[in-house]
Design a protein around this ligand. Structure first.
Ligand code: PAF
Length: 288
């Protein structure tokens, strides 16, 4: 596997990969890879001839008080993991290569970007949409793979690809992959490494309470009461605060007060110590 850090090198490497008409799948990441990312690479390998992964800790998607500088960086370790999974090329641009002096464009997706994570992270999804659009244009993949753990992010990227008529990849070839979890249900995240052993043990209460809430809502329990119980359980387990706990339409992400005929999603963001964890689960739709 080759690692390239300039656009010139990327273009040369991509031309070689594509010379025989081979298909390319892109797996965009910020590094600090775990089994969730490697699952994306495996899915990508099964679907395309070559997998290109990117590692770029994107400053535009971090707020001023967020963990941009603390975010784990381990390029050599990540590259070894990607190579072992059969990845063909690693695109690891510098900040200067991605955002040269004078860079002035911002992609802002209304609708699905609003609510949920945007309240605590203003501007975050503009940063995500802008960098992912650049990655799509730089690599021009046939398909791209993202984890459903960042469910709102996936919706934003799909809306951007649809609204801007992107063709590489086409919106239908932006593939969401189900969240990979630890044995106790905690969703894998590069930020889990910030947790102390006590916080890590307590964090399993989040998916547990969410599973119970999904079960209750599917069984006809009132949504507001169920969300209130979920919040009490999570706070009671040692979480410091909850940014949101919502039932939303799985496509529009509009909040739902009742389970309707369209698929719904339960989405939660909660803080334990200084770490903000997000998670989501499918809820299905009400039986007619
Ligand atoms: O999910 C991530 O790791 C990032 O938000 C992404 C999609 C690579 C954009 O920086």
């Amino acid at each position: 596997m080759q690692t390239v850090k300039t656009l010139q090198m990327l273009r040369t490497a991509l031309a070689q990969l594509r010379s025989d008409g081979a298909t390319i799948a892109l797996v965009p990441t910020m590094g600090a890879l775990h089994e969730g990312h490697l699952t994306l690479v495996r899915r990508a390998r099964a679907a395309a001839d070559h997998v290109v992964a990117s590692i770029f800790v994107n400053p535009k998607q971090f707020g001023v008080n967020e963990d941009l500088y603390a975010y784990p960086r381990q390029l050599a370790e990540d590259a070894a993991m990607l190579e072992a999974e059969g990845c063909a090329l690693l695109w690891a641009p510098t900040v200067e290569a991605m955002y040269p002096q004078g860079f002035a464009t911002n992609i802002s997706v209304a609708g699905v970007s609003e609510g949920l994570c945007s309240a605590a992270r203003p501007g975050h999804f503009d940063g995500v949409a802008t960098v992912v659009c650049k990655l799509f244009n730089q690599v021009a993949p046939d398909m791209a793979f993202f984890g459903e753990k960042d469910f709102q992010q996936l919706a934003v990227i799909r809306a951007m690809a649809r609204d801007l008529d992107l063709t590489r990849p086409h919106v239908d070839n932006i593939i969401g992959v189900p969240t990979v979890r630890e044995a106790d249900g905690l969703a894998l995240s590069s930020r889990n490494r910030y947790l102390t052993p006590e916080q890590r043990a307590a964090a399993a209460a989040l998916p547990r309470a969410m599973q119970a809430a999904v079960h209750a809502i599917k069984g006809g329990a009132p949504v507001a009461d169920t969300l209130a119980r979920l919040q009490a359980q999570v706070l009671g387990a040692g979480f410091a605060s909850i940014d949101y706990a919502e039932l939303a339409d799985a496509n529009s992400l509009a909040p739902l007060a009742t389970l309707g005929e369209h698929p719904a999603r339960l989405l939660v963001a909660a803080r334990i110590g200084g770490t903000r964890l997000i998670d989501n689960l499918p809820v299905g739709s009400a039986l007619k």
